[in-house]
Design a protein. Structure first.
Length: 122
């Protein structure tokens, strides 16, 4: 497996999220760390943006996804983010850590996941 990766660290994602309806009524900003595993090695890309993953486009897409509807669980948003990245971008694997500042006396709570693109049957 190719080990060349793209990282987005500390990506701010404005969203409406939380279990109580009062919490979902207000916008809050989550933070995400995203790792994108590429199929091609960097030297195979020949300095062509179309051969890689446009991290700016990833950031814009994830911000739009987070803002499109209220959710109760950060777990739900993390899973939706992974499905989006695998379905819309040329990643073969994604790792996501999604952080939320919600508990007094706690820096943040977080969820993490790793998902891979499904292998096509031969």
């Amino acid at each position: 497996m190719n080990n060349d990766q793209i990282f987005l660290r500390g990506l701010d994602l404005p969203t409406q999220i939380g279990v109580p309806a009062e919490e979902r009524a207000s916008w809050q900003t989550l933070q995400a760390d995203v790792t994108l595993q590429l199929e091609a090695r960097f030297e195979q890309m020949a300095d062509d943006l179309n051969a890689t993953i446009d991290y700016s486009a990833v950031a814009v897409r994830l911000k739009a996804l987070a803002a499109e509807k209220p959710r109760q669980l950060i777990e739900t948003l993390a899973a939706e983010m992974a499905a989006c990245l695998l379905g819309e971008f040329n990643a073969i694997q994604v790792q996501i850590e999604l952080r939320k500042r919600v508990l007094p006396g706690c820096d943040h709570v977080a969820v993490a996941l790793t998902r891979e693109r499904e292998k096509k049957p031969m």
